[in-house]
Design a protein around this ligand. Structure first.
Ligand code: MLT
Length: 396
């Protein structure tokens, strides 16, 4: 008789964003005239930039000709894209080898799949609140999770507690959901802690492109020693609008060994066995992000989203609402007004202002009483949503 993985019984009934989508669609069916503005899931709204589209068109033409057609590619990605990434990292003084870069269909998949490399009896340290993928993928594998509290009092940037031991540590900076970003000095404390515990840091850098100063690292490899203890995950989703196109990358340094095994070799073995690579056309589009035109164009799009963030931030400030994020991140993490719970505020905002956000509680117990808004929306709609938010808060 087949036996199921009983760990699935430990998961919440549905994934956070599916749950929200379901609630919003029920509300829309019951209220067909409601003009709903969606600032919930962090999905981009601007189209792919012209440099990417042009590169993809050319790649499509290549696929239609005998002598430039591509079948199976290397599972770990084409050299042209890895070389472009090496140049991107070199621009920040980080020297990587091509074999350390693995192209994937996005950070979410790799963050889940990387757990294949680790024994189920590792103890995992996860901040709370957190991107639900880290928690759910470890629950599925039956791994023990220790939570570290991110709260208003530590600015949602918890630092390591040397009395707590961990084997695998998740860090996301700039953070999803709180938008808070570690400084170099703070991140160096985490690297030191990981070295002391002989732990591995799984560093989610999906929002690195939003950092706009030198004091906040965009890669964990800006910190000395990180190449011996950290794997970095990143994606073109938020940097260049690839949420529907799917392309990301994971850096597994060759110097990262556990119990004498190189994690890089294990990941290569895993990917060549279970993954057939990202489509050639998509990788050509991703490589175009690093051309001078591509860089200029994606910066224009990032500036558009930053402007949205500043519009929401201004609305919150004018109502005297505490929040973090929005500066180095497309997310704003606000305290729910009048002591409302995060799902109460979700319902109120949906019903009275027809605006959708994400209840903090969905990201963990410390998210209770907080609420996430995304700056990835259309600009006019974001301005309208900020106005409705202000009116709602003023009326409470
Ligand atoms: C989010 O809204 O947290 C993200 O869009 C989810 C993701 O990147 O998978």
């Amino acid at each position: 008789m087949a036996k199921i993985n009983e760990n699935y019984g430990k998961l919440t009934e549905s994934y956070l964003f599916s749950n929200i989508a379901h609630r919003v669609s029920t509300y829309q069916k019951e209220n067909p005239a409601a003009d709903i503005i969606r600032l919930g899931i962090g999905d981009v709204t601007l189209p792919l930039c012209p440099a990417v589209i042009e590169a993809m068109h050319q790649a499509v033409d290549e696929m239609g000709k005998q002598d430039t057609f591509h079948g199976y590619g290397p599972e770990q990605g084409y050299s042209f894209l890895k070389q472009a990434l090496l140049g991107y990292y070199a621009g920040r003084g980080i020297v990587l080898e091509e074999d350390e870069v693995f192209i994937s269909d996005g950070a979410k998949s790799d963050l889940g799949n990387i757990l294949d490399l680790f024994s189920p009896d590792n103890t995992v340290l996860i901040p709370d609140p957190v991107y639900p993928v880290y928690v759910d993928t470890n629950l599925m594998a039956g791994r023990a999770i220790r939570y570290i509290n991110a709260t208003e009092s530590n600015g949602f940037l918890p630092l390591p507690d040397p009395s707590v031991r961990a084997d695998i540590i998740y860090i996301c900076s700039p953070n999803n959901p709180t938008g808070a970003a570690y400084t170099k000095e703070q991140l160096a404390q985490w690297v030191q802690y990981a070295q002391d515990c002989q732990a591995v840091i799984l560093y989610d850098a999906a929002y690195e492109a939003f950092i706009c100063d030198e004091n906040h690292p965009r890669s964990i490899y800006e910190i000395d020693g990180a190449k011996n203890c950290a794997i970095e995950f990143c994606s073109f989703s938020k940097t260049a609008g690839f949420t529907g196109t799917r392309c990301g990358y994971t850096i597994v340094p060759l110097s990262l060994s556990i119990q004498g095994a190189k994690l890089n070799h294990m990941w290569l073995r895993r990917q060549t066995t279970k993954f057939n690579g990202v489509p050639y056309i998509v990788q050509r589009g991703a490589a175009a992000v690093f051309t001078p035109e591509g860089q200029t164009q994606i910066q224009e799009n990032l500036a558009y989203y930053r402007k949205n963030a500043s519009v929401i931030a201004e609305a919150l400030r004018s109502c005297g609402v505490w929040f973090t994020g929005g500066t180095y991140s497309p997310y704003l993490w606000m305290k729910c007004p009048n002591g409302l719970s995060s799902w109460e505020f979700f319902d109120l905002l949906l019903q009275k202002a027809n605006v959708v956000g994400t209840p903090g509680e969905g990201f963990g117990k410390n998210g209770e009483g907080f609420f996430r808004l995304t700056a990835f929306g259309d600009q006019q709609r974001t301005i309208e949503a900020a106005q409705r938010l202000k009116q709602l808060i003023a009326s409470l």
